[in-house]
Structures are given as structure tokens and as C-alpha cells.
Design a protein around this ligand. Structure first.
Ligand code: UDP
Ligand code: MG
Length: 317
């Protein structure tokens, strides 16, 4: 099995050499058919120089220098676009993931015949309040909301069959949701515990603000995947809900007028009900417009709304 290891790096000068050393010793147990793709995501320190030096001595090391800091997802995507091998392994470049796990993941992929395997940092070595606690809740929320049976979607240590990655394009900070994006397309995803270490050089690139972004990203992927073919179900749902609320408001308004002698124009319920009614109409219209857009999109981009795994006696196969 040929392996491509894709590693994004942003200001990791203190880690590159040791990372390379650990990669080489871990991959020496493979059949030698591998490449390492370092994606320098616009580092402002000595990372590019050190990468150049490493690559000049080893033909299996490839380096992509991005024009500026595009973020981890873009860096992963840039790496994927250059991969040609059968299995792609991703990991962080700060040595928190252990290169020794690479072949474990590949082995697991081969044995289980799964399409992707995700690492699970069972014993995570990160600060409690800024990383472990928010990540615990984020992972719980993701697995409930997205119905994904994976404990640690945020772990960068993952392995994929190349066909799988050809089906996804990453935007924003979507790399965390690759397990969901691919399982939503019908690929099988499993998980395996991996080791995790303290960051001993350079700083983490993320703070608490990430939790908020992860939440928004979760809504986006859910919407794009489950409702992108039927946006009316979301907008129409909100429309029906606000319509019922407005009807209830109007009914209460009339009740108060007739039985309690409360003046309608002086009652704030009137404005609330009118607003709810208007929101309901607008949501319905928005839903219908989205339906037209989605149809145009699927027709013009010739996007399939399904995926066939394999077939028998079809198209001369
Ligand atoms: N990274 C990147 N671009 C960015 C931010 C991070 O390529 O804009 C890389 C970073 O160099 C590291 C990996 O992504 O190799 C994970 O980042 P970090 O260790 O800061 O995340 P944490 O482990 O704190 O979640
Ligand atoms: Mg890290």
C-alpha cells in the first residue's frame, strides 16, 4: 500500500527537524512506498528554510509553500490535491500526534476494509480549560447533532483511501468535519485510539474562540448535507412555526379585546403577531427561492444526489 502523509505547518520551526526524524523512523517499518507532504501554511519563522533543507536531502519529502496563512483546512486541501498514493494519512506538525501511529492507522484501514479511520486521543495532553473541556462538549454535540459515532473528530491523525478525499472539498475550517462529510456520502468511517503528547515547542494556533466557530461550522455542514437538496424543509419549517405562533397571537388578541376589553392597538401582542406573520411569509418565499437555486445548481453542475458503491451488469462492468 502506498502512503502519502500530509502535514500542515504554521510557525513550527522548533518542531520540523524532530518531526522529520520521527517520521522517517516510523515509516522505516513500511514497505518504503511513501511520500511526506509538508504544507507550509504561510509561516513567518524559519519553517520554510528548514523544510527546504530537509527536502533537499530526501526525495520522498515534498514541500508546498502557500502564499500566505490560509488556515489548516486549506493547507490540508493543498496537500490532498498533490497526493497520488493509495492511502493518505493526515497529522499535525507540532509533534502532538505520534508518527508511530501512522502505520497503525494504515493497518487498521486494511484490516477493517473501512474507507477512513479517525484517531481518538483517549489520553489527551492539552490544557484542561482551553482545550479538553470545550473539546469534550464539542465532540458530544457533534456526535449527537450529526449522528456520528466518533469520539474525537477534531483529532488530526486520520487515514483515508484516496477515493474518499476526491469526494470532498474543504472550506473554512471544515477539516474537523471530514469524518462527517464522508460518512454522509456513504463511506465507512471507524476509529482507533492514538497517543497524544504535550506541545513542547512553539505555541498552539487556536484559543477558546475556536469552539464558537466549530459550532457554526457544524450547523453549516448539517444544513449543506441534509437539507441542501430540500431547503424548503428548513425554511418552510420555520415558516410554519412562526405562522402558528402568529395565529395564536391574533387569537389571543381578539380574546383579550372581546372578553377583557383590552384595546387592540394599545396591545404589544398586535405588533408581535404581525411581525411573526411577516417572518412566516418571508421564510416561505426564501425557501422557495432556495429550492429554485438548488435545482439550478444541481442541474448546471451536474451534481449527483446519490453515490453508487458498486454495481453488477451495469454499463459493461
Ligand atoms: N496550522 C496551520 N495553519 C494554521 C493553524 C495551524 O497549518 O493557520 C497547523 C499547525 O502548525 C499544526 C496544526 O495545524 O501543525 C495544528 O495546530 P495546533 O497545534 O496549533 O492546534 P491544537 O493542537 O492546539 O488544536
Ligand atoms: Mg497541537
Amino acid at each position: 500500500m502506498s502512503i502519502s502523509v500530509v502535514i500542515p505547518l504554521y510557525n513550527e520551526e522548533g518542531n520540523v527537524k524532530r518531526l522529520y526524524g520521527e517520521l522517517i523512523s516510523a515509516l522505516s517499518h513500511s514497505d518504503g512506498n511513501y511520500e511526506i507532504i509538508f504544507v507550509n501554511d504561510g509561516s513567518k519563522d524559519k519553517t520554510p528554510e528548514i523544510l527546504r533543507e530537509v527536502a533537499s536531502n530526501d526525495k520522498r519529502v515534498r514541500v508546498l509553500n502557500l502564499a500566505k496563512n490560509f488556515g489548516q483546512s486549506a493547507a490540508f486541501q493543498a496537500g490532498f490535491d498533490k497526493c497520488t498514493n493509495e492511502i493518505i494519512v493526515t497529522m499535525d506538525g507540532d509533534l502532538q500526534n505520534d508518527p508511530a501511529d501512522i502505520l497503525e492507522l494504515v493497518k487498521h484501514l486494511e484490516e477493517t476494509k473501512a474507507d477512513a479511520v479517525v484517531g481518538w486521543r483517549k489520553n489527551r495532553k492539552d490544557p484542561l480549560f482551553t482545550k479538553k473541556i470545550p473539546s469534550f462538549f464539542a465532540n458530544k454535540m457533534i456526535s449527537l447533532f450529526l449522528n456520528l459515532k466518533i469520539h474525537d473528530t477534531g483529532c488530526s491523525m486520520k487515514a483515508f483511501r484516496i477515493e474518499v478525499l476526491e469526494e470532498v472539498r474543504l472550506y473554512g475550517e471544515m477539516h474537523r468535519f471530514i469524518p462527517y462529510l464522508i460518512s454522509a456520502k456513504g463511506f465507512s468511517v471507524t476509529e482507533v485510539p492514538v497517543s497524544h503528547r504535550k506541545r513542547f515547542k512553539e505555541k498552539s494556533k487556536y484559543g477558546l474562540g475556536r469552539t464558537f466557530k466549530v459550532f457554526l461550522d457544524m450547523m453549516t455542514v448539517k444544513f449543506l448535507n441534509e437539507f441542501s437538496t430540500n431547503p424548503i424543509y428548513v425554511m418552510g419549517g420555520i415558516s410554519v412555526f412562526t405562522f402558528i405562533l402568529s395565529l395564536a397571537g391574533f387569537a389571543l388578541l381578539i380574546f383579550m379585546k372581546v372578553f377583557m376589553n383590552v384595546d387592540m392597538t394599545g396591545n404589544p401582542l398586535l405588533i408581535i403577531s404581525v411581525f411573526l406573520f411577516m417572518i412566516s411569509i418571508q421564510m416561505l418565499m426564501l425557501g422557495l427561492i432556495s429550492e429554485i437555486q438548488i435545482r439550478t445548481y444541481f442541474e448546471t453542475a451536474k451534481k449527483d444526489i446519490y453515490k453508487v458503491r458498486d454495481s453488477i451488469n451495469v454499463d459493461g462492468e
